[in-house]
Each structure stands twice: as structure tokens, then as C-alpha cells.
Design a protein around this ligand. Structure first.
Ligand code: SOE
Length: 392
């Protein structure tokens, strides 16, 4: 780390520059302007395979230099942290090599494409931590203020014993059978479909809010559209291109039941076919003393029912989570002005940089990412086991 203008600087390298790369770039750029970070992130290197495209992306997203081979990034002495925003099939190789090279790592979710890869990553992270090298998996929605408040309410006992957890992650971007193939529909690259891409978020979120873990699942997976047109090669960042059609090798939708460590019964639904729902993360939790409900499509609001109130006047309270006392909010706008999708990424940078400076392990750790991977794997095994589906 070099020291300039009073504060030590932390060189950051980003691998990948599509949707997630852009979201992470804005977070690295923005965080020090709104939060008093102990280390100042330097957007040092952006890596991507195509020299022309990566140069264009670096200019647009604010990176000082580029590399076309991620391995070269690890040779940069001025890079302290590697941020992995590639498809899942490369997470393990890049993250493990970076940790072994002494770089802190932020890795997009889901942590890997298999439990074996996630185990290797968690092992590498544990070894690196003994040398002060930190790692974090990017479950950014934990950093939405309303989710932070939900977790706080549960931790304070305001919900009592948790009885039900109901979670949905609903999108519709491939509901049209004419929507083209992309790497997200290719098992080799993505590991799984709606399950790992968005189901992983609701597994993490519900465990984070309740402070409990899933103990088992019973699942159904479905691929509704099995062949899709290939996008044209020109301008395709999707990693698949050509003439004709390609085969979808992942799930379009996942539905599963589960049980939490505290005994709560849970239901989960992750789909890219919920026409009209764009990024609806809906979570409802019912406890012995209260309930809460959240929908990301109204992300600055948390609904809370306090069961201790007199029945005559009790009702779901719509809490607008924009008060300075709410998690992260005080660093932004005056009450009522609201935050958006990108703020979760900015808060992720704040928490990661703070943990690194304080020599602490950030959360969610690679071990947490591995545990979510085990849940995804259990869902796939349950769905494959048709005997668990009781015919009528
Ligand atoms: C695509 O479905 C996606 O970008 C996910 O990969 C992200 O994790 C989620 O934030 C939004 O949807």
C-alpha cells in the first residue's frame, strides 16, 4: 500500500467489465466520496480478454490501466485487492491464485460453480487470512438499508421465535422464448440458472436476516425453454455467439421448501419467468411476536407488524428506511430521498475496505459462500431425485 494525501491507498484490480463490473466500478469510485474510508481505493487495473473492449471499458468506468490476461494483474505490486466479476467458471482459479499472490479478494456470487470449487476457495481464504489477506463474497443485497433494519429487528427479538420464512426472487428477462442465449444459460459457465444467480441471494438474505441456517431442502427445478437463438457475434458480451440456436443447460426456475436451524418452515422461489416482475426480491418473515415484509421493487421500505400492539389498532407499519439512523443511510441524502440498486455495491466496498484496514475478516466470507453453495447443491440433488416428488 502506498500513502498519499494523508491516507494509505489501496490498489484495486477488477477482472470483468460487463454488468457486474460496471456496478463494482461505480462502487469503488463512489465509496470514498460519501464515506470516510480508512484506505483510499485506487482504480488501478481493469482486466478483460479483448484489448479494444477492455480499453474502452476502462475509459468509461474510470480505470487507470488495462491487462488482457488476469494472471498479469497478480504481478502488479501496486494491486492490493482483486475484484472478481467474471462468470462463475473462472471464480475459483482467479480467486485462489490472487489469494496465493497475497491479494485481498472480493468475488461475485455465487462463490463458485460447484461445492468442490467453493471448498477449495474457502480453504485458500482461511490460509490467506492467517497472513492478513482478506476475502469476501458479493452478496450485496445484505447492504440494502431495509435489509439491515430487518436483521436488526430480528436480532432485537421484535419478531420472537421465527415460524415462517417466505422468499421469492422474481425476474422476467428470458420469459420470451426469443430472448437469446447468454453465458448465464450455460451450465459450464454459470454452474446453474435462476437457482445460483438469484436463488443464492434469497438463501443468503434469509439466513442473514434470521441469523439462522437452512438444515435441508425439498426442491423442483424446471427449464421451460430448452433452445434459444444464439446472439450475433458482433457486440456480444455474452460469451456465446453464432448462427442458429443453442441449448439451455440450466434451470429457468427453482422452487424449494426448507427448514431453518430454529425450526422455521421456509419456501423459496427463484425464477426468470415471472412476467412483469423485474427484480422483485420479496421476503416475508413471521415470528411469534411480529412479522416483516420486504420487496426490492420498493427497496426503501420495510413492512413491520408488531404483534405486541393491541389487536384493535395493530397493523403492518410501512417504515420508510431513509432516516439517518438507519444502516448506511446517514452518509447519503436527507430523510425521504431514498437509495437505489447501486448503493448496495458501494456499502459492500465500505465494509470490505474497513475490515481490511482493521485487520478483520469481512462478511460474508468465502466460508459463508461455501455454505450457500452447499444449499444450492442440495436443491439440485433434491430436484434430481424424483422419488421425493409425491405423485397424486
Ligand atoms: C442477473 O439475473 C442479475 O444481475 C444477478 O446476477 C445479480 O446478482 C442481481 O443483482 C440482479 O440480477
Amino acid at each position: 500500500m502506498t500513502r498519499t494525501l494523508g491516507k494509505p491507498r489501496m490498489g484495486v484490480a477488477l477482472i470483468g467489465y460487463a454488468f457486474m463490473g460496471a456496478a463494482h466500478s461505480q462502487a469503488w469510485r463512489t465509496a470514498p466520496h460519501f464515506f470516510d474510508l480508512p484506505l483510499l481505493p485506487d482504480l488501478t487495473v481493469l482486466a478483460g480478454r479483448d484489448a479494444h473492449r477492455v480499453a474502452e471499458a476502462a475509459a468509461k468506468l474510470g480505470w487507470s490501466s488495462t491487462e488482457t490476461d488476469w494472471r498479469r494483474v497478480l504481478e502488479h505490486d501496486d494491486v492490493d485487492l482483486v475484484d472478481v466479476c467474471t462468470p462463475g467458471d473462472t471464480h475459483a482459479e482467479i480467486a485462489i491464485a490472487a489469494l496465493e499472490a497475497g491479494k485481498h479478494v472480493l468475488c461475485e456470487k455465487p462463490l463458485a460453480n460447484s461445492v468442490a470449487q467453493a471448498e477449495a476457495m474457502a480453504d485458500a481464504a482461511a490460509k490467506a487470512a492467517t497472513r492478513g489477506i482478506r476475502s469476501m463474497v458479493g452478496f450485496t443485497y445484505r447492504r440494502v438499508p431495509a435489509i439491515g433494519l430487518a436483521r436488526q429487528l430480528v436480532a432485537e427479538g421484535r419478531l420472537g421465535d421465527i415460524r415462517h420464512v417466505r422468499a421469492q426472487y422474481l425476474q422476467d428477462w428470458i420469459a420470451d422464448p426469443a430472448a437469446p442465449m447468454s453465458w448465464r444459460l450455460d451450465k459450464q459457465k454459470a454452474g446453474s440458472g435462476a437457482l445460483g444467480d438469484i436463488g443464492a441471494h434469497i438463501v443468503d438474505l434469509t439466513q442473514h436476516i434470521t441469523g439462522q441456517r437452512l438444515t435441508g431442502v425439498s426442491a423442483l427445478l424446471e427449464t421451460f425453454v430448452k433452445e434459444r437463438p444464439l446472439p450475433s457475434a458482433a457486440g456480444s458480451l455474452s460469451g456465446v455467439a453464432g448462427e442458429g440456436t443453442g441449448t439451455v443447460t440450466v434451470d429457468d426456475a427453482a422452487v424449494f421448501l426448507g427448514r431453518f436451524t430454529g425450526g422455521a418452515l421456509a419456501s423459496f422461489e427463484a425464477t426468470r419467468f415471472a412476467l412483469g416482475r423485474k427484480n422483485a426480491i420479496r421476503i416475508e418473515i413471521n415470528g411469534s411476536r411480529g412479522s416483516l415484509a420486504f420487496d426490492f421493487e420498493d427497496m426503501n421500505v420495510l413492512h413491520f407488524f408488531d404483534g405486541d400492539e393491541p389487536a384493535e389498532t395493530a397493523g403492518f407499519r410501512r417504515i420508510v428506511v431513509t432516516e439517518p439512523g438507519h444502516p448506511y443511510v446517514g452518509n447519503w441524502w436527507p430523510a425521504g430521498h431514498g437509495l437505489g440498486y447501486e448503493h448496495g455495491f458501494t456499502h459492500q466496498v465500505v465494509d470490505l475496505v474497513t475490515a481490511i484496514a482493521e485487520d478483520e475478516d469481512p462478511a460474508p466470507s468465502f466460508a459463508d459462500g461455501l455454505q450457500v453453495q452447499r444449499v444450492l447443491d442440495a436443491v439440485e440433488r433434491s430436484a434430481a431425485d424424483n422419488s421425493a416428488f409425491t405423485a397424486i
